[in-house]
Design a protein around this ligand. Structure first.
Ligand code: SF4
Length: 369
């Protein structure tokens, strides 16, 4: 049994209608629910919840403080390659975009690691495009071997792999794997992913199953906001989360909130998600599941980021480069997307401290280190 077996029984239009017909009464009941259900989640993300955003933010803040205290976990992405064999209509690494391609050598990986370590980070997120022949499991295992002496927590956001490959990554010490479905609307997924292995909707949809089977500690999910109606897409993601939590109960879970950003050759947005929509969604997830890690990148503006770590976000990056080799040697037009908040780590850390929060660079020590 895989998620795709149950997912195809969920009808997009029926779920959409269910969200958009939620009433104020259902919203108020969801905000204060002891154990919120999927139906409560629908109410929390519905247009009817908009006038109650302040109340949702208050509840979300309380729940976050109860579970996580005044802390924010810090991480930084490390892009190892921008080679990609897929065409994705929204991405600066897409095969059809003429940019210089680069995959880091051992020496270049070590140079990036030194710089990142000196910035104070202990948790890195390895990111690559999808070029299975040159940047496959052997490349990853070698990169992890090089990076492990520097960092106690290594997460990955790379192409979907097979379960036995995830097992190898788990044994090599990988802590978390993130894989975003981009959009759960199958028809539109095919429009945005016309070529390459990523065009296989079900293979991607069942990737978190394979990650769970491999015993990876944390599984990250998300959708790319801007491709489809964010409310329906996010509800599908919540269904996915519920299914996984029940089946792979030993793993923990994280949700990320990527909104489309401009990139070389990027598409216009189909569905705009405002700052207030994004805040509503963050609060909805927190109320729905107080245990979840909610993560935010530097795609968002400094003003937005400075608020949301006090309202529900528990893991945040800073000082990020989205091009391979970008920490040692920043270049133009190698990047996946433009970042918005480009403040240096020290400056952002000070903002966190000024708000009475503690930035946590290390909260994990592998037992064999
Ligand atoms: S989103 Fe991922 S798979 Fe698609 S083009 Fe970008 S790097 Fe490649």
């Amino acid at each position: 049994m895989k998620f795709s077996d149950t997912f195809h029984l969920i009808d997009w239009e029926t779920e959409k209608q269910s969200i958009y017909s939620k009433s104020e009464k259902e919203v108020l009941s969801a905000i204060n629910a002891e154990s919120p259900t999927i139906d409560d989640f629908k109410a929390l993300i519905s247009p009817a919840a908009k006038p109650h955003l302040e109340q949702m933010a208050k509840r979300s803040r309380e729940l976050t403080l109860q579970r996580f205290g005044n802390t924010v976990r810090m991480y930084i992405p490390l892009y190892l390659s921008n080679e990609c064999q897929n065409i994705c209509t929204y991405c600066g690494f897409s095969l059809d975009i003429k940019i210089p391609r680069k995959t880091l050598s051992d020496d270049e990986i070590l140079r990036e690691a030194e710089i990142i370590k000196n910035l104070g980070y202990d948790h890195i997120l390895i990111v690559t495009g999808e070029a299975n022949k040159t940047v496959g499991i052997d490349y990853f295992l070698n990169a992890i071997r090089l990076l492990k002496p520097y960092f106690s927590q290594i997460s990955m956001e790379v192409q979907p792999l097979e379960a036995d490959e995830y097992k190898l990554l788990h044994e090599a010490g990988v802590y978390a794997i993130l894989v975003y479905q981009e959009t759960y609307k199958e028809k539109d997924y095919k429009i945005h992913h016309p070529k390459g292995k990523k065009s296989n909707f079900n293979f991607r949809l069942d990737t978190p199953d394979r990650i769970g089977q491999a015993g990876i500690h944390k599984i990250g999910l998300g959708v790319l906001f801007g491709l489809e109606d964010w409310r329906v897409d996010t509800l599908m993601c919540a269904h996915h989360l519920k299914y996984l939590e029940k089946k792979y109960w030993k793993s923990t879970y994280a949700i990320s909130f990527p909104r489309l950003r401009p990139c070389a050759g990027g598409i216009p947005l189909k569905s705009e998600m405002s700052d207030s929509d994004l805040l509503q969604l963050i609060c909805a997830y927190r109320i729905f599941n107080p245990e979840l890690e909610l993560s935010m990148s530097t795609r968002e503006s400094r003003e937005f980021r400075d608020n949301v770590f006090q309202l529900g976000i528990t893991s945040i990056s800073a000082d990020s480069k989205t091009d391979p080799g970008g920490y040692a040697n920043p270049k133009e037009n190698l990047e996946q997307f433009e970042i918005d908040d480009d403040r240096p780590t020290d400056e952002f850390v000070q903002v966190i401290k000024n708000a009475g929060y503690e930035p946590v660079f290390k909260d994990w020590n592998p037992f064999n280190s």
